[in-house]
Design a protein around this ligand. Structure first.
Ligand SMILES: C[S@@+](CC[C@H](N)C(=O)[O-])C[C@H]1O[C@@H](n2cnc3c(N)ncnc32)[C@H](O)[C@@H]1O
Length: 308
């Protein structure tokens, strides 16, 4: 059977390492044989026994490597998924589509408000398109995806063009992409606008509410933009419960920020809905570089005793 170049290389390398193994024995043998006061006969018997043992080990390793390679090849050929090796890629794709379709009728609702892109630079628009791709990628992987809406996305906008250019299959994304605003789709009393500047912390995610994220990338930070947008829409606001579950971490630059990217907030919401735990959601997704860490949980056993 013809071998591909990397395979041939690997075989040659294996051969070299086996030779080195054998050479090691010879060196050891010489050392043993050179020792004064020892017979040749028992020594060479010992050496032969060792050699046979090594040869057996080398052969076993070789066959294990061959089996492993074959298993990897079989997996590749059958297109099995990493998460569920028993499913082929085609089956996984069908399951994902089914989950997303289900989410579009019964899922918890998350909306990205894309009405504020005019104040963003081309670079920021490109980054937002990338964040929307990651957000969709996370939703596809979720066991219970959200029903996602991209609102106020005009077909003649820079963002729309950038999404089509950068995000393969964007027009087939299983989310509701619309030029409507979020209030064209949802009654105002059901809308909770997530903004880092809200007073109230988000406690839970409700099936009869829609959670709106501001589609914004602000490298040149534009403070309170999403908060002002929520005020303009006269809807409820909420922030992630960072103050409630996290503490500041000391760092060289003394940098602390509670402002996350849209896809990071989305990941936190997904994990919270999956586990019911803000601690776990923030621990998993809150970016390390933002200068916060999840507060240690005090149990009576670990709580410091109060002084009299
Ligand atoms: C990069 S942030 C935009 C920050 C911007 N300066 C603003 O006015 O909100 C993008 C969006 O993610 C959401 N977001 C980011 N951090 C958040 C937090 N700590 N709590 C709630 N929502 C947050 C908000 O919906 C926000 O509009």
């Amino acid at each position: 059977m013809a071998h591909s170049q990397p395979e041939t290389c690997e075989m040659q390398l294996n051969g070299v390492s086996e030779l080195i193994d054998l050479l090691c024995i010879d060196v050891e043998t010489d050392a043993v044989e050179d020792r004064p006061g020892r017979d040749d006969a028992p020594c060479s018997k010992n050496v032969l026994r060792k050699q046979r043992h090594w040869e057996k080990q080398v052969a076993a390793k070789k066959s294990k490597r061959r089996e492993e390679k074959q298993r990897r090849k079989l997996n590749r050929d059958s297109g099995a998924s990493i998460d569920h090796p028993e499913f082929t890629k085609r089956v996984m794709k069908a399951i994902t589509r089914e989950r997303l379709a289900e989410a579009q009728s019964t899922g918890l609702k998350v909306c990205v408000d894309l009405s504020m892109t005019d104040c963003m630079s081309d670079k920021e628009i490109g980054r937002l398109a990338g964040q929307l791709r990651r957000l969709y990628g996370s939703n596809k992987k979720a066991a219970r995806p959200f029903h996602v809406f991209l609102t106020d996305l005009r077909e003649d906008s820079r963002l729309y063009r950038e999404c089509i250019r950068m995000n393969e299959g964007f027009l087939n994304y299983m989310m509701d992409i619309t030029e409507d605003s979020c209030l064209d789709r949802f009654p105002p009393e059901t809308v909770v606008y997530l903004t880092p500047d809200a007073e109230e912390a988000l406690v839970t995610v409700d099936a009869d509410k829609v959670y709106v994220l501001g589609g914004l990338v602000d490298e040149s930070i534009q403070k309170k933009l999403s908060f002002s947008r929520a005020a303009e829409l006269s809807v409820h606001t909420a922030r992630l419960p960072i103050d409630e579950y996290m503490v500041k971490k000391s760092n060289v630059k003394n940098f602390h920020s509670k402002i996350l990217a849209v896809n990071q907030v989305f990941d936190i919401l997904l994990t919270f809905c999956d586990t019911g735990s803000w601690t776990q959601a923030l621990q998993t997704w809150f970016p390390l570089g933002k200068g916060y860490e999840v507060a240690p949980v005090y149990s009576p056993a670990t709580q410091p005793e109060l002084e009299d």
